[in-house]
Ligand binder design. Structure first.
Ligand code: PEP
Ligand code: MG
Length: 753
């Protein structure tokens, strides 16, 4: 393999490989020819093909150059040796001197004593590693990027051909464990709570590509262009559709349109066509590369963008394959997939969708956001979901208990059916009080707002008839877009939010990037401790242009309306003052330029950093309102990472120190006549919400699904009874007073979800 090896050579080699694989004879014989062809084509001394067998073992299946007696004898576990390393990480490896690599293991039966350099690429099919293709040379030879790329292209073609000829039967790879009739439990991580029962529908069965290699790259480039045009039309139609339904997926879908026009992505597909692949094979190759990059990306924002690109690649593949791949759902369907894009999820009939199970997935992925809005239970990170679940398997998905039960017994089905019925009744009960105020039985009114962050969330405001949006997290477009949205784009978005709220107040929070939201690395480098790093107001005060643009867009979007702005992660009064000064400057500028003023203006702060607790005296003289962010305040008070599930039960929000802090802050705000609200998760947990009301909180903001249960508990309590009980608990020595509060509500017949 030298510089003399051109795109034309590669095309010729791919054609020959295709002909050999399509030819007659046993699979073994064809693979033997294939490895010889590759060794010759790539001018290597050795070419070997390892195939994944049951139990995650890679077996030497065919070789040119190594000892033939090793074929079907040499086996390596995934992760063992260089071949195992390539399979484990699903990425290529190129070593001028393989022997000096720490992972190298010597297998005497192969006779590989004479070969120094090694280059290998994974054989990936439908997102799974099904083998490894390796070439070796006698002399120490550094491989260049083009050579690695070439081997990857060859590997991609071989993988598809192997799958088509079923070199290893799927049943062997994915043997069901134990007695297939017994039910099996698989655990995962809940991305949206809820319970669903239904039959498994595999999302997007792998598109079998009929033609992999083409001798006419020009015609393939035309096919790609036509398919891209169709893709753009599809995404535009989805955007228009979402507008009609006023469900507001617009902000996510707009990002898609941007990707569909992404030059880098399109040119990678186009390059793969030039190297001899058909348009669909080229899309598949870029798709596979993307998948490998997704699984390796540590940066969550990057992972999500790559996932979105994968979604688009799937669409493109369907268009090229002639469409018709849309799966019709049975009435009760549990969708099973490796991962899914938001537009793909929206393609399904949501009335028939009872749940979503994913092998991968993260809480901030776009599909999870859509699933939440559609109220579909989601369980992610279910290892082995694709291999162990078969189409039409009956599944109970219990996202609350973070598990699925495969092939459940009649008793299990009965149990869950009863739970679903009870839940349906409860929802009906919440719907019945939808238009009633959250007022205690002794007449104390509590305002309940929702937390939102996407246009899609605006529907929640209508559904649960909340009093407003107590926290609008503005980071979403910053998370989703490849470039930072400008003032115009932000203005358009905030305007839609204000219009969607139909006169109800909206509290916009300025950019809260960093921490668990978005790696601040998008702005700087990676940080050791991002939750306590350069995030939120710290970042925007250091980059005031970001803050100014955001405030400018908010001010313009709220002309003649109520304008409420708050700053996140404020740690000192000085920081609040600095942010407020920037706000005042932007307001002056807006008015000077002839802009209309908002109906009213309130500028407030989140209370999330403990240090602020000891600056309350000064703070209440400056701020118009304070909103308590319990999620962050708790993680800093207890020094317990909010994203670490192992710590989730180590401390309780219903504990004397927390309740005391809240009582004090409520008192200080009341004395200074400064509006106080709670917008962290605590406000949306019924027992916690009751305790907050007892401590004097009169404004709560929570996720939309929490509104019904919280409204119900408030409406069924007598504050004059609850208040002294809770205040008495402040003196308790227990780390948690939750059970005591629960027992109290049960005694008094207070409605707890
Ligand atoms: C909080 O920290 O409680 C809060 C509401 O903000 P976020 O969850 O967005 O950090
Ligand atoms: Mg916070």
């Amino acid at each position: 393999m030298t510089d003399l090896f051109s795109a034309g050579d590669l095309r010729r080699m791919l054609s020959r490989l295709r002909d050999v694989m399509a030819g007659a004879g046993a699979v073994q014989g064809r693979l033997d020819k294939v490895v010889a062809l590759i060794a010759e084509g790539l001018r290597a001394d050795v070419c070997s093909c390892y195939v994944m067998r049951a139990g995650e073992v890679l077996e030497l299946f065919a070789t040119f150059g190594l000892a033939q007696k090793a074929v079907h004898q040499t086996r390596l576990r995934v992760g063992e040796g260089l071949v195992g390393e390539i399979a484990a990480h699903a990425r290529p490896l190129a070593l001028a001197d393989a022997w000096s690599h720490p992972q190298f293991v010597y297998r005497p039966e192969t006779g590989e004593d004479f070969f120094r350099s090694l280059m290998g690429a994974p054989l990936v099919q439908a997102g799974r590693v099904i083998g490894v293709l390796v070439v070796q040379t006698r002399e120490e030879r550094p491989f260049n990027d083009w050579e690695v790329e070439t081997l990857e292209t060859v590997a991609m073609v071989i993988a598809e051909l192997m799958a088509a000829t079923q070199v290893v039967k799927r049943e062997e790879l994915f043997q069901s464990e134990g007695n297939a009739l017994l039910h099996v439990r698989l655990s995962g991580a809940s991305l949206n709570p809820g319970v669903g029962i239904g039959v498994a529908v595999m999302h997007k069965p792998h598109v079998r590509i009929g033609r992999l290699v083409s001798d006419d790259p020009v015609a393939e480039q035309h096919r790609l262009q036509d398919a891209l045009d169709a893709l753009r039309r599809e995404v535009d139609a989805l955007i228009d559709g979402s507008r009609d339904e006023s469900e507001g997926y617009g902000d996510i879908l707009e990002v898609y349109r941007m990707f569909a026009d992404d030059r880098g992505w399109i040119s990678r597909i186009s390059e793969a066509i030039s190297s001899g692949l058909t348009a669909e094979a080229a899309v598949q190759k870029v798709h596979d590369d993307t998948h490998v990059r997704i699984t390796q990306a540590n940066d969550p924002i990057l992972r999500e963008r790559l996932q979105d690109l994968e979604d688009l690649a799937n669409r493109l593949l369907n268009i090229l394959a002639g469409g018709g791949l849309r799966v019709e759902l049975p009435d009760n369907a549990i969708l099973v997939c490796r991962s899914i894009g938001p537009t793909e999820l929206l393609d399904y009939d949501r009335r028939k969708l009872k749940g979503l199970v994913m092998e991968e997935g993260s809480p901030t992925m776009h599909a999870a956001v859509v699933a939440k809005a559609l109220d579909i239970p989601v369980l992610a990170q279910v290892h082995g979901a694709l291999s162990r679940i078969d189409s039409l398997d009956l599944i109970v998905l219990d996202a609350n208990a973070e598990q699925i039960v495969l092939r459940p017994s009649d008793e299990i089905i009965e149990l869950y059916t009863a739970a679903i019925d009870a839940r349906t009744k409860q929802k009906a009960a919440y719907a019945a009080i939808r238009d009633l105020p959250a007022v205690t039985r002794d007449g104390v009114r509590v305002s309940i707002s929702i937390n939102a962050g996407l246009l899609i969330d605006m529907q929640g405001l209508v559904d649960c008839n909340a009093d407003g949006i107590g926290l609008y997290r503005t980071e979403m477009p910053f998370l989703a877009m490849p470039t930072l949205p400008d003032v115009k784009a932000q203005y358009a978005l905030y305007k839609q939010v204000i219009e969607g709220a139909k006169g109800k107040p909206v509290t916009f929070r300025t950019l809260d990037v960093g921490g668990d939201k978005i790696a601040a690395s998008s702005f700087s480098g990676p940080e050791d401790n991002p939750a306590m790093g350069w995030r939120s107001i710290r970042l925007t005060l250091d980059r005031p242009a970001l803050l100014r643009q955001q405030l400018r867009a908010m001010i313009k979007a709220t002309e003649g309306e109520v304008l409420r702005v708050m700053f996140p992660m404020v740690a000192s009064v000085a920081e609040f003052d600095a942010a407020r000064r920037i706000f005042d400057l932007e307001m002056e500028r807006h008015l000077r330029d002839g802009g209309r003023s908002p109906k009213s203006v309130s500028v407030g702060t989140m209370l999330e950093v403990p240090a602020l607790l000891w600056q309350m005296e000064l703070l209440v003289t400056r701020t118009d309102f304070i909103s308590l962010g319990t999620n962050d305040l708790m993680q800093f008070m207890f020094a317990a990472d909010r994203g670490n599930t192992r710590l989730a039960h180590r401390y309780d929000t219903l504990s004397p120190p927390v309740l005391k802090v809240i009582r004090d802050v409520v008192g200080q705000c009341a004395a200074a006549k400064v509006e106080f609200s709670v917008c962290g998760e605590m406000a949306g947990v019924p027992l916690d919400a009751l305790a907050l009301v007892a401590l004097g909180c009169r404004n709560l903001s929570m996720s939309a699904p929490a509104v019904g249960p919280v409204r119900a508990i408030i409406r069924s309590a007598v504050l004059a009874e609850v208040e002294p009980f809770i205040l008495d608990l402040l003196r308790a020595g227990d780390p948690s007073v939750r059970e005591r509060i629960r027992a109290f509500t049960q005694d008094r017949g207070i409605s707890v979800d």
